[in-house]
Ligand binder design. Structure first.
Ligand SMILES: *[C@@H]1O[C@H](CO)[C@@H](O)[C@H](O)[C@H]1NC(C)=O
Ligand SMILES: [Zn+2]
Length: 615
């Protein structure tokens, strides 16, 4: 597998091309990365403000309005939180429409950058012998072809449509006779969420974070990993200079024989100038350290440690020295207070799920220990990489897992079954208000990404706005704003078009597979702490890192008796499964669960001391 990956990498870097083509390839690659980074950083609306009459912004928070007001005019910026608040709260439809259109219309310069980027990508693909950039990008992914991705996404959006219609019908009845428009969605959803938040259940749930102190949650992760995979997390003091910030805590991962197998550095608290995006970083991959390397370090003067002092361990079975996977988990939780009398850091359900998600990546690094580093842990196909992390989100709130760890920070009382039930009802209540429409929005974005990157390599000038509206008018359940001048060009704000080029579907795709595994292997939670299920998932999926085709992993973990895997069709590549709308393919389409919503109303987080895993 490693050899194949290297050949592919070299080929995709033009090693086989004659010098002139190779030079062209290098030039194009450089241009693409320059344009890409300009595109990601250059998102800006064509108009910086929308100026409205004071009377037409009624409904908006008067404190905010006052800050934006001059005489009788209110000037609403088109970026940041203010336009979001405005779209949720302004009663006047015409005002909402104007704001909506302005926040979704990009500057001309930004659209030019995107179109140039797409043209260069198409040229690069042609030079490399592919019909389009998507063909090139997908050739080493699970999906393999743009046809498979398009098949997956269009089936998914159709099977999601019934729920979308139900959601929209409720909003339509709130609006009355005139048809529901895209600029109405946030407004009526907000009203429904607001009514819901006044309910008794919602008030009861404000206590949930008291059962999720950071230390308790960490301990829960350790217990869960122990039950399922026989590995535990052990807090470890750090040496002076070992970490990049004094907030960083070290956890060592040990197996059942108390052998040290991995190191996790947790950098979980917010700091000025720290990225707010939660992330998992592999600082060092796992690998075998060769005898030559050991000899070389020993022969230095003075002799040096064979792994620069970073964690290693002897593998007793093969008698080899191993470099242990070393991971950083970065989150943005509120920092603990200086004095420790109040509550410790308490996490909202959303933050707990985020931590489980990142720990899912970590688990892949911990258990996917391969002899060669280029396929270890998370170094697998992009459209397979989110599977372990998305699956972990299901564990976070399963009652079987909650009863392993959720306890009140002060009284130690466990989270009651009725609270667990309320949490579940709360999730589905929010899901019923906007879940399906959010899913559809994600699928539409993935379809736009595909449309942009499957442009034939000889296509004349690209009109990204026209393509965007073509996708929306074909697939969107809400009407696409007709004939506005200028036409909206939201694609200019879709920065992932660069980083994910042709693979934005990955997250949705992995969520579908994760749901399948959650239902069929972990029995929707009934087997959430079952060792046998854990071992099977470890041996068929996690252990391999990127060293095994993703479809083989899925086939292995679902097993031969699973109807989705009849005739072993998944192991054969899954391409067929995706193309033929076979059982699994349909199951994927139907089982798309909740997509993470970053605008979920976050529970207020209190400050507190990080209790390590001791509480
Ligand atoms: C590549 O770029 C260099 C420097 O900009 C230029 O001199 C050269 O002609 C280009 N080569 C090709 C094949 O495009
Ligand atoms: Zn992730």
């Amino acid at each position: 597998m490693v050899a194949q990956i290297l050949i592919k990498d070299f080929t995709n870097s033009a090693i086989h091309m004659p010098p002139k083509d190779r030079q062209r390839f290098v030039n194009l690659s450089n241009d693409i990365s320059q344009l890409g980074s300009d595109f990601v950083n250059g998102a800006e609306p064509a108009k910086s403000h929308v100026v409205l009459n004071k009377n037409s912004v009624r409904g908006m928070d008067p404190v905010v309005v006052q800050q934006l007001q001059r005489w009788n005019r209110v000037s609403i910026p088109t970026v940041g939180m203010v336009p979001k608040l405005a779209l949720r709260s302004i009663h006047d439809e015409e005002a909402r429409r104007e704001i909506y259109l302005a926040t979704r219309t990009s500057s001309k310069a930004q659209i030019r950058r995107l179109e140039e980027l797409l043209a260069k990508r198409a040229e690069l693909a042609k030079l490399s012998g592919y019909p389009s950039f998507a063909h090139m990008a997908l050739s080493d992914k699970m999906a393999k072809t743009p046809e498979a991705v398009s098949n997956f996404l269009t089936t998914l959006i159709e099977s999601n449509r019934v729920q979308v219609q139900e959601e929209l019908a409720k909003l339509q009845s709130m609006k009355g006779a005139s048809p529901l428009q895209p600029w109405d969605h946030a407004y009526y959803v907000h009203q429904r969420v607001f009514e819901y938040s006044m309910s008794r259940r919602s008030r009861e749930l404000s206590r949930v974070p008291e059962f999720f102190s950071l230390g308790t949650v960490m301990q829960g992760l350790s217990r869960l990993f122990d039950r399922l995979y026989g590995v535990r997390l052990v807090p470890q003091e750090t040496a002076p200079g070992e970490t990049w910030n004094s907030d960083v805590r070290r956890l060592d991962v040990v197996d059942e024989a108390d052998r040290h197998i991995a190191v996790i550095y947790c950098d979980l608290f917010t700091r000025p100038d720290k990225s707010p995006n939660p992330a998992h970083f592999t600082l060092r991959c796992s690998r075998e350290i060769s005898a030559d390397e050991i000899a070389e370090s020993a022969s230095m003067d003075p002799p040096s440690h064979p792994n620069d002092g970073m964690a290693t361990a002897m593998n007793v079975e093969s008698n080899t020295l191993r470099q242990l996977p070393t991971i950083a988990l970065v989150c943005d939780f509120p920092e603990p207070p200086a004095s420790g009398n109040g509550p410790p850091t308490l996490l909202s359900e959303h933050c707990v799920r985020t931590l489980f998600h990142e720990m899912g990546h970590a688990l892949h690094s911990i258990l996917g220990q391969t002899p060669l580093q280029s396929i270890s842990g998370t170094r697998c196909a992009t459209d397979f990489a989110e599977l372990p992390s998305v699956l972990m989100e299901s564990f976070a709130t399963a009652p079987e897992v909650l009863s392993l760890y959720a306890r009140h920070w002060e009284t130690d009382e466990p989270l009651s079954e009725s609270m667990m039930r309320s949490m579940e009802l709360d999730r589905s209540a929010h899901g019923l208000i906007y879940g399906a429409v959010e899913n559809e929005a994600q699928i539409l974005m993935a379809l736009v990404d595909q449309a942009y990157h499957t442009l034939p390599t000889d296509s004349p000038a690209i009109d990204s706005t026209e393509i965007y509206h073509r996708v929306f008018s074909e697939h969107s359940s809400l009407p696409d704003p007709p004939d506005t001048q200028p036409r909206t060009s939201w694609q200019g704000f879709f920065g992932h078009l660069y980083g994910y080029g042709a693979t934005y579907y990955s997250y949705i795709f992995d969520r579908a597979i994760a749901n399948k595994i959650w239902q069929d292997v972990f029995q929707s939670g009934k087997a959430a702490i079952d060792r046998e299920a854990g071992e099977r998932y470890k041996n068929e999926v996690l252990r391999w890192g990127g060293g095994r085709n993703g479809w083989r992993c899925v086939a292995g973990v679902l097993g031969n008796s699973n109807p989705s895997n009849a005739d072993g069709r998944l192991a054969e590549g899954g391409e067929e499964a995706m193309r033929e709308k076979s059982t699994l393919y349909h199951a994927l389409g139907r089982d798309l669960g909740e997509i993470d919503r970053s605008d979920r109303a976050g529970t207020r987080l209190d400050k507190g001391a990080y209790a390590g895993t001791s509480r």
